[in-house]
Design a protein around this ligand. Structure first.
Ligand code: 6GU
Length: 233
């Protein structure tokens, strides 16, 4: 069973992970999500997790001591652990990465705040043979911390696990899993449901035709058109 461990100074910020699809999946025993408070690892009166940057500059940097202790505490020996460090400087998350993460045993999410985590945390765990370290961003903008990014990655990853989604067919047909000609990714075709007329707008005739070959062709060309339009923006 895939186990997610999240470490954050705002554990309550991660409470949506108990809801909806992910909540049900945990109740069914399909995956496990554990949330840890980074401050539990502090030893000083003020429970400090950060300090000023060596070399000067604005902001604060999170302590490698506190992070190392927090990660070690949830490290179960034996299996490989994937450590995801959330940072706007990381590799941009995509569907292929979600597929890879869905095949892991244990994923630890280090949700940094401030100017980020001391760089030696990534270096140290990269040197440990039972760890794989990934620095990941969810897009080209800056968030206040990694918590929302971790939830994005977990939601995208967990729904690929067997049993999490009611109808597994919806995994194959949807956006970003449809492979185009040269295996390039296509976004999804537009979808319609009843009524056939709404506020003067009609559902495309071909979808009412019952001709499955024509419908598949139309959907394919719409997906290609939408993908081309996105590339032009
Ligand atoms: Cl993972 N963290 C922060 N702080 N900002 C981000 C991000 C992560 N991904 C995009 N922006």
């Amino acid at each position: 069973m895939l186990r997610f461990d999240l470490i954050s100074i705002f554990p309550e910020y991660l409470s949506p992970l108990k809801l909806s699809l992910l909540g049900k999946a945990q109740n069914k025993g399909l995956l496990q999500i554990n949330i840890h408070d980074l401050r539990d690892q502090t030893t000083d009166l003020h429970q400090s997790v950060d300090d000023t940057p060596y070399g000067g500059g604005a902001g604060m940097v999170m302590s490698p001591v506190v992070w190392g202790d927090a990660i070690d505490e949830i490290t179960s020996n034996g299996q490989v652990i994937d450590l995801i460090i959330l940072t706007p400087a990381g590799k941009k998350f995509n569907q292929q990465m979600a597929v890879k993460f869905s095949k892991c045993d244990q994923i630890i999410f280090a949700c940094g705040r401030y100017e980020g985590i001391d760089a030696r945390v990534g270096d140290y765990y990269r040197s440990q043979k039972n760890f794989r370290v990934h620095e990941v961003s969810i897009g080209d903008y800056v968030l206040g911390g990694g918590e929302v990014a971790a939830m994005v990655i977990i939601e995208a990853t967990a729904r690929l696990l067997p049993g999490v989604i009611g109808n597994p067919d919806s995994l194959r047909e949807e956006s970003h899993s449809i492979s185009g000609q040269d295996d390039q990714q296509l976004v999804e075709y537009p979808n319609y449901t009843k009524p056939a007329q709404w506020r003067g707008l009609e559902v495309p005739q071909v979808l009412l035709s019952g001709n499955h070959g024509e419908i598949a062709k139309w959907r394919r060309s719409e997906a290609e058109r939408r993908t081309r339009n996105l590339e032009q923006e």
